[in-house]
Ligand binder design. Structure first.
Ligand code: DGP
Length: 114
């Protein structure tokens, strides 16, 4: 837990969020500024600032994030039409919250990355 991290606070229920899934390792909640009908953020409860901080020791969490996104997508009927998973890394990658998170976007036709 990082004391000044908003996603740590959400995962600890110290800040409100519209949580759609939670287990011992992960929390998934709706993005505050959704870019698609489904825009869910899936985060590890452990504080990892960015993809740059992933190592052999902590990278198992990434597969859990992806499997959680897949399950949510399936539940919402997005598997067949399709959806997008995004992880932004650092400033030029568009990362604004420095706690690893996977964006799940779906429910409309998504355009190319820009
Ligand atoms: P990124 O740009 O990849 O770091 O994505 C951060 C996302 O987090 C962005 O889409 C907006 C979302 N966000 C930022 N603050 C909050 C918050 O307090 N609550 C929720 N639900 N989402 C937030």
């Amino acid at each position: 837990m990082s004391s000044d991290c908003i996603f740590c606070k959400i995962s600890q229920h110290e800040l409100p969020a519209d949580i759609v899934y939670e287990d011992d390792d992960l929390v998934a909640f709706n993005d505050i500024g959704p870019q698609a009908p489904t825009h869910v953020l899936i985060i590890p409860k452990t504080h990892i600032a960015s993809v740059n901080e992933l190592t052999e020791a902590n990278c198992n969490v990434v597969s859990k994030l992806v499997l959680c996104a897949k399950t949510i997508a399936n539940e919402r009927g997005l598997a067949e039409p399709g959806y997008r998973l995004v992880m932004n890394c650092n400033a030029e990658g568009g990362q604004t919250v420095f706690h690893v998170h996977l964006h799940l976007l779906g429910g409309r036709q998504l355009k190319g990355l820009g």
